[in-house]
Design a protein around this ligand. Sequence first.
Ligand code: SF4
Length: 631
Amino acid sequence: MKQLDKEFDAMPEGQGNGAGNVSSLLDGNIDIAAELKKFEAEERRRLGLEADKAPEQWYDEVPNTFTASQRAHTTVLVCGLTMAHDLFIQAALRGIGYNVKCMDVPDNAALQFGREFGNRGQCNPTYFTVGNLIKHLSNMHEQGMSKADIIENHVFVTAGACGPCRFGTYVTEYRKALRDAGFDGFRVLLFQQTGGLKQATGDEIGLKMDPQFFWGVVRAILIGDVLNALVYRIRPYEVEAGATDKALEAAKGFISDAFETSGSMLKALYKARKVLGAVEVDRTRTKPKVAIIGEFWAMTTEGDGNYGLQRFLEGEGAEVEIQIVAAWLLYMIWQSGYDTENRARLRGVDKGGPEGSKFSLEGVDVRKRLISLKAGEAVLRTLFQTVAHGLGLYDYHLPDMKEIAAISDAFYDNNLRGGEGHMEVGKLIQNIVKNKVNMTLSVKPFGCMPSSSVSDGVQSLITEMYPQGIFLPIETNGDGAVNVYSRVQMQLFKAKQQAGKEVEKALAETGQTMDEVQEYLRKHPRLSHAFHRSPHKAGCTTADLVHEVAAHRANRKLGRRLIGSAMGAYRHWRERQREGLRVIEVAKIAAAKAKAKASAKVAVRVVSDEERKDADGPQVPRGRTALNVIN
Ligand code: SF4
């Protein structure tokens, strides 16, 4: 004790000796609160902090002023969706008078920039997208442009939201990384999912959110979606390697020219349709169909952000089914409708204004809002199908958001938001129950909050309930591509076997050989056209084709064929209606089973420590009288 007193007394002024000694402290003879106050006063004096001066709050500047007068010398940077989308958005905005540049797809070099200048513990898409902007600006600086010029003459436009996941912090991340990388003051304009474009100055806005702007962006997104979906259908079956990519480049050129020069989009789509339709395909080569689902950015990007999965899968002999941006827009509309309906049923006061909620329905005509949302959805679906039929994408069904919500709610509550919300669960159930694909691959970014709980938690329950489904969640963190590829290859092997069995079964059921199917296709080239789509029967495209050829052979005579195809279309429509109801029923039964299992509550008495060690059953935590046994 004496030794401790000595050490305590030897400490510099203000750090111990002023507070008496350890013996007194231990004896309880010291007023600790008074000593701490004294110590604080001494420290404040030593650090030059005035006691009576009010602390200055830290404030983060938000540089986002972009005025119309700056438009002529300002380049708007965009990036974030697929290559086709980014290109068309660039062209659409150029067409209405902006200087726009779309940046490259984020790669591993961008990730390194993100890791160097971003905060710790972010999700992977944050690192990739934030790093991509820093990489782009750093490259411009390396090529000789001064940082002042870069800041003065460029703005970046990106999507943002107020949460609930890390998406809500993206814009803050951009500011931090830009500041640390030496681009303090660079403007990031936030295109909020729910609030339009944020603009600091009220007067003359640089980026005008007028109907012309929206029309351009919406068309760019829809055309990008259709082109992507079409190309992923054609490329796996191309006869001449590289023919689809060649046609795709030409198609992109026609469309972006039309956007940029305000030329005829109809003509451009027709020209694109012609080059894409000329690609020769052979759909008798069996390939497993693999759906890529998961976190929105990670499943959409076409670069290192998901290890280039789409191309990797195609290279391994699969047909890839991608998710499109229009589906995300439909989800946004569904969210808005769902929340409005639920909020309208509140019995208490739904106060708005500065003291209430920003989601308040006070003074809102709920009926009118719901009707506008329905009308918005109808317009979006009609526009999509118009572009789809114009380009040659037939029989493409946009997701039914109500059905997805109904089948997933019991497993992942519809009120849980962030990332893809319940959609990921609903898509997996649909894929398995409707036999839409042979394998589902979920891309889950490292550090993602919503996707981790879905893929890690809920989806394992879904796969337990539907063991026939082939499902693989993969985590993307920018490293370990070889590990990911090898895991994908292992599951793909099973999917290939499944696809092969489907084709064999289809041939056996219809009493044909593959040679006969090929012979029939040679005589009826319409069925081998790049845009042709066989009615859905199985997970893989070849099995669908075998069934279709069989149906055609059975209806060879013209009259019978016409009646047959009309009846076939009707049957197809009826089947789809029934299928939807069946999926909801199956999901309800599965959910009820899961609930019954999970709610087994075992009441136990409090046990002593000794008994606790000897207990046979599950260990009961101290102080608990009951234990929920979750199967
Ligand atoms: S969904 Fe996940 S990966 Fe995407 S922004 Fe949110 S936390 Fe990040």
